[in-house]
Design a protein around this ligand. Structure first.
Ligand SMILES: Cc1cc2nc3c(=O)[nH]c(=O)nc-3n(C[C@H](O)[C@H](O)[C@H](O)COP(=O)(O)OP(=O)(O)OC[C@H]3O[C@@H](n4cnc5c(N)ncnc54)[C@H](O)[C@@H]3O)c2cc1C
Length: 403
């Protein structure tokens, strides 16, 4: 494996750095906001600010660069996509990736009608997606989902309940897994649909009721979504009837890559060290403490190791291999580092100041470190429970151990 970027990719990275420096002004927003572990998730001003930047990504052609040419992309090689994801993540610039996981599934499995009607809205960023997979009794065991869809003429009629649907109160469309055949084995009777959540005037569609769920810092992040005989046209299908599991797994595979995770945290770490170098706690610089220096060095080394593991995955993909076990190792490491090493290290260094949140005068990093430490408790659950399922994949597929 060659760890060095090609001349072309290096040039592209420099171009991106200049672009980001000119066009992305983080203001006082934490761009983690735009991710599921957000700090500022329910902040309409932050979302608008991100959309303005994303329009620039669209105009420049970066937004759809990875897409196949037939959908208006340029089929960018994996190494170029990696450079792009890493640079955006390092600078905490909101590249909109979380909202676009479903794009890959639609391109691979969507009906022609779906492709024609939804790809343009993803290309110009006018669709705000929410994801309706989890249910009260279907989380890690997703195939246990019970939301029912019954065929009626040209429609499916959907009744049931979803939970943890991130951002569904400001989303107009929902990609949702439903049960169409209750008598088939669990994975076989599932269909993957696109459901309209809001009409053109922003009104909730008939039969849909949202009940807010708040994170531990009191921000509305998710909703329970109740569906009572919601009519969904049959043409709004991703994959085939009763074979939706496989199409939905495509979405989760895109969601789970997290290839840029180490770069994102290296960016946070660099800014943290910069901020600590200008800070004194009780009159003493935290960086004067040898133990702190040691902890920061250790965090950096861990992140660099994670980054190399992510590069291995990209390298294998670029060579046409399917990095199933390697992807699981890399994904698991990224989650475990964030949850057990990175955020706890930063939290320990700032000590009690981590209790100060955004807007409070003495909050280090305007509250980003304390907030993300608190929210890191959920790391590993989102995206389909990678922290629980990663070891299973490594054990069964990587090491060949029995189930
Ligand atoms: C920030 C965030 C955003 C989210 N956004 C969305 C969203 O937009 N849409 C959506 O549909 N869902 C979303 N979710 C829900 C997420 O997909 C679920 O939390 C996840 O699938 C885990 O399910 P659960 O919470 O029901 O936990 P459970 O499945 O009940 O798991 C509970 C515990 O048991 C462990 N466990 C369970 N099964 C196994 C196993 N087989 N092997 C080992 N350990 C196991 C888990 O690790 C966990 O510790 C989000 C979650 C979070 C945290």
């Amino acid at each position: 494996m060659d760890f060095k970027l090609s001349e072309e990719d290096t040039k592209f990275r420099d171009e991106l750095r200049q672009f980001i420096a000119k066009e992305w002004n983080p203001k006082d927003f934490d761009a983690h906001s735009m991710n599921v572990w957000s700090y500022d998730f329910d902040n309409a001003a932050a979302r608008d600010h991100a959309k303005i930047f994303q329009k620039k990504l669209i105009d420049k052609g970066y937004w759809t660069m990875a897409w196949p040419e037939e959908y208006g992309g340029e089929n960018a090689p994996i190494s170029k996509q990696l450079v792009y994801s890493e640079e955006m993540a390092y600078h905490d610039a909101p590249d909109g990736e979380p909202q676009r996981n479903v794009a890959g599934a639609i391109m691979i499995h969507g009906t022609d009608w779906v492709k024609t009607n939804f790809i343009p809205g993803m290309a110009d960023n006018s669709i705000d997606w929410a994801q309706g997979f989890s249910e009260p009794n279907a989380g890690t065991d997703l195939a246990n989902l019970q939301t029912r869809a019954v065929e009626d003429g040209d429609d499916f009629v959907v009744t049931g309940q979803k939970i943890w649907s991130s951002g569904s109160h400001f989303s107009n469309w929902y990609h949702v897994m439903v049960r169409t055949d209750p008598n088939a084995p669990k994975h076989r009777g599932i269909t993957y649909l696109i459901m309209q959540l809001k009409d053109q005037n922003g009104e909730q569609m008939p039969g849909i009721t949202l009940r807010p769920l708040y994170d531990m810092l009191g921000r509305r992040r998710w909703n329970e979504v109740f569906m009572d005989e919601v009519r969904v046209p049959k043409r709004q299908l991703i994959g085939e009837v009763n074979r939706g599991w496989y199409a939905a797994m495509t979405t989760l595979n895109f969601e789970r890559t997290g290839i840029e995770s180490a770069s994102r945290l290296i960016g946070v770490l660099d800014r943290f060290i910069d901020s600590m170098s200008k800070t004194k706690f009780n009159g003493i610089s935290p960086l004067a403490d040898p133990l702190v220096k040691h902890q920061l060095a250790e965090a950096r080394i861990t992140l660099e190791t994670d980054r190399m593991l992510a590069y291995r995955v990209a390298w294998m993909q670029a060579n046409g291999e399917v990095p199933q076990t390697e992807g699981a190792i890399s994904g698991l490491r990224a989650l475990a580092t964030a949850k057990f090493v990175f955020w706890p290290t930063l939290a320990k260094i700032i000590g009690p100041y981590r209790a100060l949140l955004k807007g409070e005068q003495r909050a280090p990093g305007n509250g980003i470190y304390g907030t993300n430490y608190a929210l890191s408790m959920t790391t590993g659950f989102g995206g389909g429970g990678g922290l629980a399922l990663g070891p299973n994949i490594i054990a069964q597929r990587g090491l060949g151990l029995p189930r």
